[in-house]
Design a protein around this ligand. Structure first.
Ligand code: NAD
Length: 327
């Protein structure tokens, strides 16, 4: 018989890619989200538009015994949404409500295995002050000191999913994603993340012009291409390890280096204009020792290769919008 999966957050970036992959693996898939995916038609067999903060609506989406549930729905965004402090109360209330509802409904239905997408934002600020030596191994999350309320909510929810393993005989899996990027993600409007924002700015700039970069650009990060994120997610789900487990790239670059790569891909020379803006921690990189040990696998695609695909997609979005506004 076909395996069945529910993807919560299937209208979002990672969720919509996960649906596609599960369909390729021959699952029957239901998606649920506040919205349909904005950039391509969903490939889910069934899609429910619902608000998972509403426990009755959540119960209607979780009305059967799925083999697997993937809980990716969250009030989410890039630095411009998460690090300004302006959205903290909503981020915490919305995401905690979704997680509580999804877990309770799954428990009521006797669903054994739920995947939860936590974040590298759980790691303490004091381990990420040196841009050249950030320390983000899984156990370093405690004593806890995330730099955002988004990170605190993620820590709470990680513990919630693992507490249900302990007290309700569930077999949930918890991943900590590190900066996922790729085609069909938010690329404008305030919720986009650094790779998409840089691709958009470069695509919109004329050769020889300039682009604005938040901060001095010496802050470091690693970025994981979407296909590898999905691969790691499925591998963790099928493994015997509950987590938390980093799913990220360990190819660390400065934001300035990221910009240089995108400029090279675009074939443009641009001046970087550094302006003040929310930048988050000074340095962050995925520590991949545990994923290697637990899954005998680690992400390996080069950042440049992922950026080529992402830039190509964003450049087409920019061109389409430009053509539309000219028409
Ligand atoms: P996304 O914003 O594209 O997707 C989240 C989806 O959740 C959206 O489509 C949104 O409409 C939906 N949602 C929000 N509130 C909802 C509600 N009340 N009811 C139903 N649906 C609701 O984000 P994403 O990048 O795909 O991230 C997916 C998950 O991975 C999130 O939990 C996020 O915190 C986590 N994560 C992502 C990254 C990353 O770099 N993208 C990094 C770390 C963790």
């Amino acid at each position: 018989m076909k395996r069945s999966a529910l993807v919560c957050g299937a209208g979002g970036f990672i969720g919509s890619h996960l649906v596609k992959r599960l369909k390729r693996e021959n699952y029957w898939v239901r998606g649920v989200d506040l919205k349909l995916p904005p950039f391509a038609e969903t490939q889910a067999d069934d899609f429910i538009v619902a608000d998972l903060r509403d426990s009755a609506a959540c119960g209607r989406a979780i009305d059967r015994q799925y083999d697997e549930v993937y809980q990716l729905a969250a009030d989410m965004g890039g630095a411009g949404y998460v690090f300004t402090g302006e959205n903290d109360a909503e981020i915490m209330r919305n995401s905690a409500a979704i997680n509580l509802n999804v877990l309770s409904s799954c428990q009521e239905r006797g669903i054994g295995r739920v995947f939860y997408s936590s974040s590298a934002c759980v790691y303490p600020v004091h381990n990420q002050l040196d841009p050249n030596n950030p320390f983000c191994s899984e156990q370093s999350a405690y004593p806890a000191a995330p730099d955002s309320e988004y990170g605190w909510e993620k820590l709470f929810s990680e513990r919630l999913f693992l507490a249900f393993n302990k007290n309700h005989s569930m077999n949930n899996r918890v991943a900590r994603y590190h900066n996922i990027f790729g085609p069909e993600g938010a690329w404008q409007g305030g919720r986009e993340k650094a790779p998409a924002a840089v691709c958009r700015k470069v695509a919109m700039a004329s050769d020889g012009g300039e682009i604005e970069i938040w901060g001095d650009g010496n802050q470091t990060r690693s970025f994981l291409f979407i296909d590898e994120c999905i691969e790691g997610t499925l591998r963790l789900m099928q493994s015997g390890f509950a987590g938390p487990l980093n799913i990220g790239s360990d190819e660390m670059v400065t934001i300035n280096q990221l910009v240089d790569m995108v400029c090279e891909i675009a074939g443009k020379t641009l001046h970087k204009n550094h302006i003040s803006g929310p930048i988050g921690v000074r340095g962050r990189n995925s520590d991949n020792a545990l994923i290697e040990q637990k899954l005998s696998w680690r992400p390996s695609l080069k950042l440049y290769a992922g950026l080529e695909q992402t830039y190509d997609w964003i450049e087409r979005q920019v061109q389409r919008e430009t053509n539309q506004s000219a028409a």
